[in-house]
Each structure stands twice: as C-alpha cells, then as structure tokens.
Design a protein around this ligand. Structure first.
Ligand SMILES: [Zn+2]
Length: 316
C-alpha cells in the first residue's frame, strides 16, 4: 500500500514538472519542492536507529545519544507500570504478533508535517499517532510517529506507548475491530461504525492514566466542574460525543475512577476485550447503566478538593 502511494507520487511529480516548465510560478515551484521532499524515503530522513530493548526501537532524525537513553528509560518505566498494573505476566492477547514497537521521531513538527503522510500514509493534523497495523499478519510492524518538541522531548510518546501495550495485552484485534466511530486514515475503518457504547474512553483514558499517573492538573481542575456523567463517558467517540476534553481529560477521569474504585468491573470488562468479545463488553456496560454515576461524582468532588484521591495508587 505504501509502495503504491510512492508510485503515484512519482507519477504526479513528473507530470507537474513538465507543466510548470511553461510558466514557472512560485506556487508551482513550491509544489514541486514539496513533491520532491515527499519522495525522500523514511530511511533517508530518520537515520538514527537505536534499539532500547527487544520490545522497543527508536528511529529518529536528530535524537542525541543522551535523549535516546532518557527516552528508553522513561518508556521502560511505563512498560513495567503497565505490566504491574494489569498483571499481564507478559502474555499478549491471541493472534498478536506485535512483539515490538518502532517509534519514528521527526526533528520538528514542520518535518513531521512534511514527511509523515508520505512515509506512513497518515494524516498530520494531530500530535502523533500510533499505527497498530494488522497484528495478526506476519511481518507487521507496529509504528509510533511523532516529533520532538522545541525542548527536545517527544510529543505524546508515553501516551502512545501505552496504546501499543493496551492494544497488545488488553484488546483483541486491530484498530478497526475495536469499538469506536473513527473512519480516518490510515485504517479507514468501514462504515457504519458500531453503535455506542465504545471503548474510546478506555483506550484514550488508560493512555493518559498510565502515562501521567496522579500528575494531571487539568483533570483535577475539570473534576471541580463535572461536565459528564460516567454513564455518558462510556459513549464517547472520536467523531460524535467527542472533543479534546471529553476524550482525554474525561477519559482519564473515567479510567482512573474505574481503576481505583471499580477494579473488579474493569477486570470483568477486560476478560471480554482480551477475547475480542465486544458485544458482551457492550452488554456489560449497559448493565452498569447509571449505577456508578453518583459515586463517580462523589469521587470527582474528593479529587477536586484534595488534588488526589485517598485511594490513589498511582503517585509518581
Ligand atoms: Zn491516544
């Protein structure tokens, strides 16, 4: 699929080259330059390759040795926290061959916007993406794509690494097999989307929860002004019932509450998601109904008052 994309890009560049010879406007020149940049391969741009461990490789444009080492260390801590939190014993879900993640890091956001679509067939109107691919296919490579921030750190890396771990150890199947309403590239999951409840609150919330721990001031501030019932958050989607705060901040709050106050219900739901039994997950969430809404509100109030909940196991 990526190969076809490159072939198309070559054809387009050649065509545009001959037409711009007639009246070379600046715009045509710029476009030509853009197309040439898109033809530079990922190996030519991301030339620094560093293996952190058997489960993680960094491929970057400009990470220094010290940044590579710090990044490996930080992600190794997240990985340990994930396995401890969920007691995975290192056992992935069935048919998941994503034994390792490759993190692809452009030097700047401008580089990310310039190259990521051509290199990974993905949109760049975001802060980085985790591309799970088709984990049941041999030779599939799970990829994370993002860029360094001006201070050198990597945008969203910890969050995206949790997506990789959650996808491998908690959720059976590829991105399209899960419960959400996204049809965007590169997966282009088929329409129609399944009906709510979805798993967006969980996937985005657990990525926030395990990457930030108890250290999430915007979420504590949001808890002081509750906007959503817990039962409504289970319906959060990407294209409807959405928004940055609802997906990430409120996803974090929903997951943190469920992990710290309703752990047995989480285990029950994960038994279904690990087996790909998404209809039974949905049935389970429907039986929960509004039964936890009042307790969630009480927990939010406590979090807003004390800045942390008394049951927090996630201090860092
Ligand atoms: Zn995410």
């Amino acid at each position: 699929m990526k190969k076809n994309w490159m072939t198309l890009a070559v054809a387009f560049a050649v065509f545009s080259g001959s037409s711009s010879a007639a009246g070379a406007s600046n715009l045509a020149q710029e476009k030509k330059q853009e197309q040439i940049e898109q033809l530079v391969s990922v190996e030519q741009v991301l030339t620094h390759v560093h293996a952190c461990s058997a489960t993680l490789t960094l491929r970057s444009q400009a990470l220094t040795a010290q940044q590579e080492q710090q990044t490996c260390q930080m992600l190794s801590q997240i990985e340990q926290r994930f396995h401890q939190t969920f007691g995975t014993l290192g056992h992935p879900v069935a048919h998941d061959g994503n034994t390792s993640l490759r993190a692809n890091i452009y030097a700047t956001h401008a580089d990310f916007k310039r190259y990521a679509t051509a290199h990974f067939d993905m949109p760049t109107d975001n802060g980085g993406m985790y591309l799970e691919g088709l984990p049941d296919l041999a030779g599939n490579q799970a990829e994370f794509v993002a860029n360094q921030k001006p201070d050198g750190s990597i945008h969203n890396l910890a969050h995206e690494y949790v997506h990789y771990l959650d996808g491998r150890f908690n959720l059976y199947g590829d991105f399209c097999a899960g419960l959400h309403d996204s049809h965007s590239p590169p997966e282009n999951c088929p329409r129609p989307a399944p009906l709510a409840p979805y798993l967006v609150w969980w996937t985005e919330g657990v990525a926030e929860y395990l990457s930030k721990g108890a250290d999430n001031p915007p979420a504590v501030a949001a808890a002081a002004q509750p906007k959503y019932a817990l039962s409504a958050l289970f319906d959060t989607g990407y294209e409807s019932n959405n928004g940055v705060a609802r997906i990430y901040t409120w996803g974090y709050l929903a997951v943190r509450y469920m992990m710290e106050k309703q752990r047995s219900k989480v285990e029950q739901m994960l038994r279904f998601t690990r087996n790909g039994d998404y209809p039974r997950y949905q049935a389970l969430v429907k039986t929960w109904g509004t039964s936890m809404d009042a307790d969630f509100n009480a927990w939010l109030a406590e979090l807003a008052t004390h800045g942390t909940s008394s049951t927090s196991a996630m201090a860092r």
